[in-house]
Write a protein that binds this ligand. Structure first.
Ligand code: RB5
Length: 150
């Protein structure tokens, strides 16, 4: 479904990012790592913006962002035009974020969920399609709101 995945984290999400990047590569996905590259403290908005701008301008791509809670990453990503970033803590929210919201970035918190759950969330997010139909109208309303604020 998605042809390319951009992944990013801050220091708190670094170890999860490393693991998830390898997990995705092993599964055959094209993954682009936008940093960070160590556990040295950094600012999450930097990496949220690097990933979000790529996803917003690359057709058939999506993003994965990881920080301590996932909150800072999702707040920042959703500032970028065309981004629908969903902060997910379980498989159900990951599935619904795709089915109903056509989320194009998944945010997770490494201090909130275990790595095994993170893998399952990623898998469910990538394997689930947008349902369209009545949900498209609601996404159109979000787009309209974005346009009216430019
Ligand atoms: C870093 O300590 C922490 O604030 C960050 O990873 C994230 O949880 C912010 O939302």
């Amino acid at each position: 479904m998605f042809k390319k995945i951009y992944i990013g984290s801050d220091h708190a999400g670094f170890l999860y990012k490393e693991k998830i990047r390898e997990f995705l590569k092993t599964a055959g996905y094209e993954v682009v790592d936008k940093g960070c590259y160590s556990e040295e403290p950094v600012d999450y908005p930097t990496y949220a913006l690097l990933v979000s701008k790529e996803v917003a301008t690359t057709p058939e791509s999506c993003g994965i962002l990881i920080c301590g809670t996932g909150i800072g990453m999702s707040i920042t990503a959703n500032k970028v035009h065309g981004i629908r970033c969903a902060l997910c803590y379980n498989e159900y929210t990951a599935e619904m974020s795709r089915k109903h919201n056509n989320a194009n970035i998944l945010a997770m918190g490494s201090r909130v969920i275990g790595l095994d759950i993170a893998y399952s969330i990623v898998k469910r997010f990538l394997d689930t399609k947008f349902e369209g139909g009545r949900h498209q109208k609601r996404l159109d309303l979000i787009c309209e709101a974005e346009r009216s604020q430019q």
